[in-house]
Design a binder for this molecule. Sequence first.
Ligand code: ATP
Ligand code: MG
Ligand code: MG
Length: 380
Amino acid sequence: MKVLVLGAGQLARMMSLASTHLGISVLAYDVGSKQVINPVTFEVKSTTLEQEVEQSYAITAEFEHIPEDVLNICQQSGKFFPGAESIATGGDRSKEKALLDNAHVPCAPYALITEKQAFINAIDELGLPLVIKTCQAGYDGKGQWRLKTPDDAEQIWSEMKDFLDSGTEAAPHSIIAEKMIPFDREVSIIGVRARDGQCKVYPLTENQHTNGVLTLSIAGKEKAAIQAQAESAFEKLATELNYVGVLAIEFFDVGGQLLVNEIAPRVHNSGHWTQQGAHTSQFENHMRAITGLPVGSTKLVRPTAMINVLGQPSIPYTVLGVQNCTSHWYGKESKPGRKMGHINVSADNLHELGERLAELAELLPEDDYPGVSVTSHALI
Ligand code: ATP
Ligand code: MG
Ligand code: MG
């Protein structure tokens, strides 16, 4: 079977690496360069999108900001999972909020902004501080403003206006203002929905972000009550979208109550731990679901942590000397802050996981790998 992935980054690469033993071969379509690429060897093919769509058994996507004409070509083939609507919902925060409201899944109070009066009303109605986000095109904390005092409103508005004005009639831009949530921590749920509607959900993951980018995740420490809340949200949203494949949902944990931050209609950075810590990785399960194969167990094998490698020129190979530690390198050109790879580390229990993280903290400078040391102390 051949699968085409829209987007040719590390997620396409890891989907490909998880597919070989299933007898599935993967090619990726880079929507920027309009080239078909092998996401493991980076070999460029001479075929077109249309030819690959024709030849593929199934089509999927590794990110949500995909031009509408590309989505349409894939959707018309009848082989595109999770499909154009799910991808478009994940790529537009106004559609995403409408989905949450329709499915009765709670999120931060918000207001949609397309002109200045709506912005003034939002400040009045929601109160400060606000997190303001472009509805289209944002990721890794880009396309966001924090409005903390009324004095900054004018300056932020001028930047918001530039974004609103850069939309077109066919593809209008909008902005969302959300109440800033004083959360205790951030968690996410990764789950898979098969073509027959069966859902399987991984254990909740706790996530740490630094400057809007995920830096560290831990799986295997959650209580049943909070897991049940996340699973219920997953089933409601996946069902509402008639979803097929892996879907990620990010939450704020506020005193044990989960509020959805956003969804990602794809495999997700906070699910990378499943490569070592779960029976079936998120990548394999996504490929199984979209090709109509039975999905595998999402149960935890061992508590596992994932550390992102950001902006480094190579893998810090010394970490491989730590027991049950593996590295995953994406083969991309190094740029400051760019996701270059990740490290997974597993242990038989949380205390031991803390000890492994303490060993890693000795090898990984705090400035480049924030949170490893603090997390190790919290677990030991
Ligand atoms: P991603 O790379 O996860 O797709 P993104 O650019 O879509 O990131 P968000 O996840 O919406 O951005 O926001 C980035 C981070 O900003 C969140 O993980 C959280 O730490 C913080 N944040 C976002 N919205 C809020 C909010 N309403 N209240 C408090 N913090 C927030
Ligand atoms: Mg996002
Ligand atoms: Mg996010």
